[in-house]
Design a protein. Structure first.
Length: 181
């Protein structure tokens, strides 16, 4: 005869506690073999990589523009923005369309990534502050480090990584990229 199933009160209260912790959704993607994520509230859609139209005299991190339902949308190569080699084009390469905040109002912008992996629900308790050392990225680019299933995911601060003001300044003639922190 099977033993009756017992419910452990501790696990029930622990589950209730976990359910009450605020969670934020992030779109996870790979870039150069590393796991990154951005808050889902900035994401409009994910497109399979298609032909870009190159724009002369733009900074190297602007790969070109796409026509998105009649609107011209610039596409940023995040790898180059981070001071790394350009993203290679492969079967799973995507362009993530975001709505980036700016003082003049939201701006549509695309970012190239190696591939999009999943949408993550990360509780605030599983997000650590951005480290002050050990990252090749500028510290203001990081919103934190998420702990997901025994691995770390770098959470990007969309407002800083894709700052319209900074990217416009970098596009100005004679401008240099700020040094990586």
């Amino acid at each position: 005869m099977d033993a009756p199933m017992r419910l452990d009160k501790r696990s029930r209260s622990q589950a209730a506690q976990e359910a009450s912790v605020p969670k934020t959704q992030y779109l996870a993607f790979d870039l150069g073999g590393e796991a990154f994520a951005m808050e889902i509230r900035f994401i409009k859609e994910v497109l399979q990589y298609g032909a870009l139209t190159a724009v002369p005299l733009m900074p190297a991190f602007i790969r070109g523009v796409i026509n998105l339902r009649g609107a011209v949308v610039p596409v940023v190569d995040l790898s180059v923005r981070f001071g790394r080699p350009p993203t290679g084009i492969a079967r799973r390469t995507c362009v993530v369309i975001l709505e980036v905040p700016s003082p003049e109002g939201p701006v549509e912008l695309g970012v190239m990534v190696d591939h999009v992996s999943e949408v993550l629900d990360i509780p605030e308790t599983d997000i650590d502050p951005a480290p002050g050392f050990g990252s090749a990225l500028r510290s203001e680019f990081l919103a934190g480090i998420g702990k997901v299933g025994g691995r770390f995911v770098i959470l990007l601060d969309v407002g800083h990584v894709l700052s319209i003001e900074e990217m416009a300044a970098l596009a100005a003639p004679g401008a240099e990229a700020p040094a990586l922190a």
